[in-house]
Ligand binder design. Structure first.
Ligand code: PGA
Length: 255
């Protein structure tokens, strides 16, 4: 499972509907020669179907930015895992720090979402964790990562070839323009891997988990990350919003 790195482009709420489709079309045309990497695009909810239609016939996958934990019912404004599958999504981001900050999402909710996503076929949760600046400054990062993983994932049954992606995103690096040092990411990924080994056993971690990094990845710093141990890919925000920049980034990674 592990050979190809995965790059997930998180477009957040940064593009209008027209801009979203426009960028998707440009990517479809420009990325024809790209191989050796898996790419997924996470547009806003209401663009998913149209983006999926544009991407048809390419290897680029569709990713949602959020999901609710129930399947159907009176949950105004929410979208369920099975609906995302119907819309063509293969990935869904869960518990992004911006949702934790602005929508008060907590790890109990993230746990429910991850569980619900694993309950449908062909949808992979991308579970976000990461410390804030205060936690890093006061040397509590290792515990924070351990605790977030425990809260998000403990008790989940991971079966067969189900896949879970853990996205390590130090909150203070997101959108800051400066990624953390690759060695620091490598260390954090080691903590994540050890914690997951403890929770699920090495065999499941090796077969069913990927660990990716997110936070101000760009064309200049991507190379430093891509060859790290325990790094299976990246979650990219800002650098995926311009077709040329994103293409350059993918080329840096696949070289
Ligand atoms: P950024 O966003 O690359 O713009 O820092 C990453 C993310 O929020 O996932």
């Amino acid at each position: 499972m592990k050979e190809e790195k995965i790059i997930i482009a998180n477009w957040k709420m940064k593009l209008s509907l027209a801009e979203t489709i426009n960028l998707t079309k440009k990517i479809k045309t420009k990325f024809k020669d790209v191989s050796g990497v898996e790419i997924a695009i996470a547009p806003n909810f209401i663009s998913l179907l149209e983006v999926g239609a544009v991407l048809k016939g390419t290897n680029i996958k569709l990713c949602a930015q959020d999901v609710f934990w129930e399947d159907l019912g009176a949950y105004t404004g929410e979208v369920s895992p099975s609906m995302l599958v119907e819309a063509g999504c293969q990935y869904v981001i869960i518990g992004h720090s911006e949702r934790r900050k602005f929508m008060m999402e907590n790890y109990e909710m993230i746990h429910r979402e991850a569980k619900a996503v694993l309950g449908v076929e062909n949808l992979t949760p991308v579970v976000c964790i990461g410390e804030n600046w205060d936690e890093r400054k006061t040397d509590r990062r290792d515990f924070v990562l351990y605790d977030q993983l425990q809260q998000a994932l403990s008790g989940l049954d991971i079966m067969g070839n189900q896949e879970i992606i853990v996205a390590y995103e130090p909150i203070w690096a997101i959108g800051s323009g400066t990624a953390i040092e690759p060695t620091e990411a490598e260390y954090a990924h080691k903590i994540i891997k050890l914690t997951l080994n403890d929770m699920f056993g090495m065999k499941i971690v090796n077969n069913n988990f990927k660990i990716i990094y997110g936070g101000s990845i760009n064309t200049k710093n991507a190379k430093g990350f891509i060859d790290l141990d325990n790094l299976d890919g990246m979650l990219v925000g800002g650098a995926s919003l311009d077709v040329d920049e994103f293409y350059k980034l993918i080329k840096v990674i696949t070289k």
